[in-house]
Design a protein around this ligand. Structure first.
Ligand SMILES: CC(C)(COP(=O)(O)OP(=O)(O)OC[C@H]1O[C@@H](n2cnc3c(N)ncnc32)[C@H](O)[C@@H]1OP(=O)(O)O)[C@@H](O)C(=O)NCCC(=O)NCCS
Length: 209
């Protein structure tokens, strides 16, 4: 089984995050990438002067094929073995492995403030694990990391949205013992798209004239 670690995202991860976000949007039946969601806008939004989101990523820590792997004792004593690297320092082997490590999942989040009680809130926007690595506790590990971040920032709540038809995700959240705000407190989620907010502003300007 692939071993993995979770770490804060770096600007160099944006291409992989973009790739995974496109897969997530297919899963979520959402339009996905547009002129507003590109590798460049991810770099600006997550790592530029005006930060709009934070991210953590899941990285494999398995050595990739073709990279120096420490030979076993048996391989090292085999005269036919032309690639004996058993004398390589562990740090070099590890470094090479890390250079080729790939990302298996990610989560993006931001902070907000709820005057209704919790004060500081961590809002989770995306959570994604690649299809072939699901059901291996990686999503849960991402959530545990988000919970640690929330506690370290003195947040009293973690919030997010889910489509009711996304039964896999809903089951996952149930397993985490999260509260369904729609069924429990009748909370509904609203949004206004660009057209709606522009109309509102235009109408208010017209009313002022
Ligand atoms: C939702 C998602 C992040 C879960 O990640 P994951 O790595 O597969 O989940 P885990 O392996 O950590 O599962 C944790 C628990 O939830 C349960 N669970 C996870 N997916 C489940 C599913 N589809 N159906 C039922 N239970 C599920 C697991 O059985 C596990 O329970 P256990 O602790 O008793 O073993 C992943 O399925 C995913 O990326 N889905 C596509 C994107 C998506 O829908 N994101 C959420 C948008 S709201």
């Amino acid at each position: 089984m692939a071993t993995f670690k979770i770490r804060p995202a770096a600007v160099e991860d944006c291409e992989e995050i973009f790739r995974m976000s496109e897969e997530l949007n297919i899963d979520e039946k959402l339009p996905g990438s547009s002129e507003y969601v590109t590798v460049e806008s991810l770099k600006q939004g997550g790592f530029g002067d005006e930060k709009f989101f934070h991210a953590i990523v899941v990285e494999t820590i398995e050595p990739a094929d073709g990279l120096p792997k420490k030979n076993t004792e048996e391989e090292s004593t085999n005269q036919n073995c032309s690639t004996d690297n058993s004398t390589l320092p562990d740090s070099l082997v590890e470094k090479a492995a890390n250079q080729r490590s790939r990302l298996l999942g990610y989560a993006t989040y931001s902070f907000c403030f709820g005057t209704y009680g919790p004060g500081r809130v961590l809002f989770l926007q995306d959570i994604y694990v690649e299809k072939e690595h699901r059901r291996k506790d990686i999503g849960k590990a991402l959530f545990i990391e988000l919970a640690k971040i929330a506690l370290s920032k003195r947040c009293q709540e973690v919030n997010w949205h889910a489509f009711s038809w996304n039964s896999g995700a809903v089951e996952f959240y149930k397993k985490l013992r999260a509260t369904n705000a729609t069924t429990k407190i009748n909370l509904h989620s609203f949004f206004m798209d660009y057209k709606d907010i522009s109309r509102l502003v235009t109408e208010s300007k017209e009313a002022d004239q």
